[in-house]
Design a protein around this ligand. Structure first.
Ligand code: GTP
Ligand code: SPV
Ligand code: MN
Length: 611
């Protein structure tokens, strides 16, 4: 970088016997010119040292030990608060392999641009080397990664979100394993003597994936999905490309364990777009008696066929990076209990005067005074929210009072049902069941939702988000649909998960939610599990099967018959407006869209027109 003091020597570390890793670390250090290099080991002392250092730098504020032990408040740069989909690229060798839903640039061209950006980009900073494993270290094939970052905030967050450190490194060495190299720089080099800011980042941002090389390069942002590269970048974009090649599935799904009153267990996976209710459903506190819910995962599911022919899902993560606003004792008591144990980082929420945190929806009564996420004085009269709509808690899964022991099982759990859902004010009913895997694939491929604050850009715009993977697909979307269909063909149909559509977000004419949601979603889960067990009635509609009159348990539910009917209705006139949107979406894929999906569309159209 021009104007910056060039180091006379590049710091070297000889921390690993893995020649490939050592060579990559040396190469990155040579390019980025950090002040020093630190290998993350994962000890409690290291956590304390790094968080103390971040407090000293003003990036973190230590919270009141009695309220949130070992926890921190963090305010980002106001411009760096969400995923940047327009700056996210899949740089496959062939453009076709990224298209048509992703941004693409030729790998060499992108590497040239980013190599220039990385040159000297870590000057004045420490470069952290973070060995991590997504999924279990004792998995049959452990999925290793190493993130290099110049952000201590990222290092600390990675320590919560993934299994990291010394033990992982030793296993990489012992097995001479390959790993996904994941390079991250905030893109804010410091000149000699220059005072740092509390949240360094750059106006130039690139979140880039090289799927054939299984490599990630990220530049310019410190925010979660842009910077914690084990999460969306590895576990979805890179892993989806691996899964296509190897016959498994990497999906944007929560994993929930349900036990019915008879003691029968079912594991359910659900794909909802960002900020559409995965974490909440994963931690559900059922309102119906006798049902028990436990969390296996809240964001990502890797699914492989087991020897018994069923699909087994593992959660590759060790932490929760959850949307804060809307999380409270009444909506998600299990999330509150998790963060109240401490050991958490809260980003872009508000700070209370007694050193605790607050966000919209945490309590009914608003605190009299807060420091907002923007660092401004806030009172209930303020016209801006106290917490950013995409503010997040970063907290260990192990602290969740309803974490299922299986979350730590390297082989995962067998999935009985898959749910697809989004935020739709109209059209999509509370719940419906697809007829078979191919129809279910159609339900997933046409999934739509109103956009949210989890990504930069407009909020509330309906867009198609196939399988909730639109921003996370590491390869061509038509190949991805083909992969789903192929999974259905290679399996014994009776062992495949059944596929359902849900919508907690349908609204009345006055804009209010028709369905109370949250814990009451257990009523829908009950119907689904009862369907699996052959104990619940359904009726045919043009879009699939819906609960027969009386089949949904509404005992004790505080909802009028009228609202319930509106929440569950399949209205042909609304679907008549939906059909052209689906057709337009499919037309985008031209001839490459699998014929089975066009056939499903034609069938739906015929049934709607006949209704
Ligand atoms: P990401 O972490 O971005 O992937 O989001 P997510 O899918 O995990 O969504 P999350 O569970 O964090 O919920 C996002 C927002 O939706 C929060 O503000 C929740 O309070 C709200 N929400 C979740 N479930 C429901 C529901 O059943 N009904 C209503 N009305 N809102 C809900
Ligand atoms: C999402 O946006 O889907 C998230 C948060 O879960 S992030 O880690 O930023 O992707
Ligand atoms: Mn979530």
């Amino acid at each position: 970088m021009k104007g910056l003091a060039k180091l006379t020597t590049t710091p070297k570390t000889e921390q690993t016997t893995h020649a490939g890793l050592q060579a990559w670390v040396d190469e990155v250090a040579e390019l980025t010119q950090p002040r020093d290099i630190r290998w993350i080991t994962g000890t409690p002392e290291e956590w304390t040292e790094l968080t103390d250092q971040l407090v000293e730098a003003g990036t973190l504020v230590r919270l009141n030990e009695e309220k949130k032990p070992n926890s921190f408040w963090c305010a980002s740069d106001p411009s760096d608060v969400a995923r940047v989909e327009d700056r996210t690229f899949i740089c496959s060798v062939e453009e076709r392999d990224a298209g048509p839903t992703n941004n693409w640039m030729a790998p060499d061209e992108m590497k040239a641009i980013m190599t220039d950006l990385y040159r000297g980009s870590m000057q004045g900073r420490t470069m952290y080397v973070i060995p991590f494993v997504m999924g279990h270290l004792d998995a049959k094939v452990p999925m290793f990664g190493v993130e290099i970052t110049d952000s201590a905030y990222v290092a600390v967050s990675m320590l919560v979100m993934a299994r990291c450190g010394e033990k992982v490194l030793r296993k990489i060495e012992e097995t001479n394993a390959s790993f996904v190299p994941a390079l991250h720089s905030v893109g804010a080099p410091l000149a000699e003597g220059e005072q740092d800011v509390t949240w360094p980042c750059s106006d130039t941002k690139y979140i880039v994936h090289f799927p054939e090389e299984r490599t990630i390069w990220s530049y310019g942002s410190g925010y979660g999905g842009n910077a914690l590269l084990g999460k969306k970048c590895y576990s979805l974009r890179i892993a989806s490309a691996m899964a296509r090649d190897e016959g498994w599935m990497a999906e944007h799904m929560l994993i929930l364990k349900l036990t019915n009153p008879q003691g029968k267990v079912h594991y359910i996976a659900a794909a909802f777009p960002s900020a559409c209710g995965k974490t909440n459903l994963a931690m559900i506190d059922p309102t119906i008696p006798g049902w028990k819910a436990e969390m296996v995962g809240d964001d990502i599911a890797w699914m492989r066929f087991g020897e018994d022919g069923r699909l087994y899902a593992v959660n590759p993560e060790a932490g929760l990076f959850g949307v804060a606003p809307g999380t409270g004792e009444s909506t998600n008591p299990n999330a509150m209990a998790t963060v109240n144990q401490g050991n958490s980082v809260f980003t872009n929420v508000a700070l209370t005067d007694d050193g605790d945190i607050w966000w919209e929806g945490m309590t009914d009564e608003k605190p009299a005074h807060l420091t907002s996420w923007l660092g401004e004085d806030w009172t209930p009269e303020s016209d801006k929210p106290a917490a950013h709509p995409n503010s997040r808690f970063c907290t260990p899964i192990a602290q969740c009072p309803i974490a299922a022991p299986e979350y730590d099982n390297p082989d995962g759990v067998p999935i009985s049902a898959i749910l697809f859902g989004g935020r739709r004010k109209t059209t999509i009913p509370l719940v419906y069941e697809s007829r078979d895997w191919t129809h279910g694939t159609f339900v997933g491929a046409t999934l739509s939702s109103e956009t949210t604050a989890a990504a930069t850009g407009a909020v509330g715009v309906v867009r198609r988000d196939p399988m909730a993977m639109l921003p996370f697909l590491g390869y061509n979307a038509t190949d991805y649909f083909g992969h789903w269909l192929q999974i259905g063909k290679q399996a014994d149909a009776s062992k495949l998960p059944r596929i359902f559509g849900v919508n907690w977000f349908r609204r009345d004419e006055d804009g209010s939610f028709l369905w109370p949601g949250y814990g009451e979603n257990s009523r829908v889960l009950k119907w689904i599990v009862d369907r699996l067990e052959g104990d619940a009635e359904a009726v045919e509609t043009p879009i699939g099967l819906v609960p027969a009159p009386g089949a949904l348990d509404i005992d004790g539910l505080d909802v009028t018959e009228e609202h319930l009917a509106k929440a569950g209705a399949v209205r042909p006139e609304e679907w008549a407006e939906e059909l052209p949107l689906i057709e337009e979406w499919f037309t985008k894929f031209g001839d490459e869209l699998p014929a089975e999906l066009w056939a499903e569309f034609d069938g739906l159209k015929a049934r709607i027109n006949a209704a």
